[in-house]
Each structure stands twice: as C-alpha cells, then as structure tokens.
Design a protein around this ligand. Structure first.
Ligand SMILES: O=C[C@H](O)COP(=O)(O)O
Length: 252
C-alpha cells in the first residue's frame, strides 16, 4: 500500500504552452475531492506564469527548476526567489545532478540556494545522489551524506520545515534503469535517520522523494516503501497519461 504524499514533475528543458494546458486538464480530471497527494509541476522558467494561471484554483502547485540565491543585481540570465514568488511559485528544485554536473552547482552553491529559498518560504527540493562509479565503489552513503551535510549546515529547524529531499541515483536518471525498491529504501532510511538526527522532530517529517526512471509501471512498488514519500519524475512527467497514473499510484 502506497504511503506517498508528494509527486513532482520536472519537465527539464522540455514542454510548451500547450503542454501546460493539457497537463493541468489531465491532472484536474483525475483529482479527487480529498486528495492526500500533493502534485507539483516544474516547467522551464518561461512557462511558469502560464502554468500558475492554469492551476490557480486547483490543488496543483508550481515549482521552478532552479533559482539564484542573490536578491537582485548584476546576474545576467538568472532568476531570483522574489521573482518566482511573484509568479505564484511555491517549490524550487535545487542541486539537481544535471545542474551539479553541467552548470557549476557545487555543494557550496547548493547550500546557499537552499538556505535562501527556505528562509524566503519556498519549498526547496534538495537533490542528492551518487553516480555509477561511486555506487560500484560502495561510496553511495558517503556521497549522499556529504551532500546533505553541506546543504543543511546553515539551516535552522524552521527552515527545515521548508525542505524536501529527493534521492536520485545519477545512474538511474533517464536511463530506464531504476533503483530496486530495496536499494532506494535503504538509502531513504539512512536519509531519514540523518535528517532526524540533524533536525529532531522536524527532520522526521521531511518528505523524501525517489527520482530516476519512475514510470507508471514501477511507481506503486517504489511508493510502497516505508521511507519513500513520493517521486521526482522526469521523462514520464511530460506524458499526461503516465504522470496521472504515477499520481494515482501514489494514492495507493
Ligand atoms: O528530476 C527528475 C529526475 O532527473 C528523473 O528523471 P527521469 O524520470 O527521466 O529518469
């Protein structure tokens, strides 16, 4: 039985205005009156305004895929927290492995973004996870713990109430190779213990999502794990039927 409470779609650099409409229509028609699952859609920056207009009256939240930690100023090409909030954005993905690998989001940068976003009241979806070599070398927990440590070092317990953690093994992202439910659950349990140790009662309640080739046909098994509170979905969040089916799997 699934106990998932949060499903986030990360469109990455995909999608268009038509998809904001068809996706919100599909999610709306599948919504239930007392829904226990929160759904968040994270399109590219250019579609945030369009998407918030479509889901204004729904229980669908809008998230961004990145943010700059600075308030304003000479940061060509960047977007600030207040700019996102003005659009009605509630969530922001921080430290996705693609940004860590390709756009200089080091542990320090991720820490600054996480601190600024949570202080400003945005829900920060902090991504952590190991690559294939690190897993083969048995360094998975070492890598994840270092990422958690760096990102959470400056956070107060109050800021931690705005934190979501997404465990995304890099070798499972976009590859079709999902971590087995047991592999994912093992790391999620370790993350839960770490968060509880760091933030006590607040840490216990932080939602921990799994990401990496989650599809309609494997979501239920993953979401049934005790410490998997939902998913961060890439490719399957671009297809209305797949994404709706994943949300339904989260409901159990
Ligand atoms: O943010 C989402 C993750 O990178 C997972 O992507 P994926 O579902 O296409 O493997």
């Amino acid at each position: 039985m699934a106990n998932a409470s949060l499903v986030i779609g990360n469109w990455k650099m995909n999608g268009n205005a038509a998809l904001t409409r068809s996706m919100t229509d599909a999610l709306r028609s599948a919504q239930q009156p007392t829904d226990s699952v929160k759904v968040v859609v994270c399109p590219p920056f250019t579609l945030l305004g369009e998407l918030t207009r479509h889901c204004y009256y729904d229980n669908i939240a809008v998230g961004a895929q990145n943010v700059n930690a600075n308030e304003n100023g000479a940061h060509t090409g960047e977007v600030s927290i207040e700019m996102l909030k003005e659009l009605g954005v509630e969530y922001v993905i921080i430290g996705h492995s693609e940004r860590r690998a390709m756009y200089g989001d080091s542990n320090d940068v991720v820490a600054a973004k996480t601190a600024a976003a949570t202080a400003a009241g945005l829900q920060a979806v902090l991504c952590v996870g190991e690559d294939k070599q690190q897993r083969d070398d048995d360094k998975t927990w070492h890598v994840v713990e270092q990422q958690l440590q760096a990102a959470c070092e400056q956070l107060s317990a109050e800021q931690a109430t705005k934190l979501v953690v997404a465990y995304e093994p890099i070798w499972a992202i976009g590859t079709g190779e999902t971590a087995t439910p047991a592999q994912a659950e093992q790391i999620h349990a370790q993350i839960r213990a770490w968060l509880t140790e760091r933030f006590a009662a607040v840490g216990e309640k932080i939602e921990i999502l799994y990401g990496g080739s989650v599809k309609a046909d494997n979501a239920a098994e993953l979401f049934a794990q005790q410490h998997i509170d939902g998913g961060l979905i890439g490719g399957a969040s671009l297809k209305e039927d797949q994404f709706v089916a994943i949300v339904q799997a989260a409901r159990g």
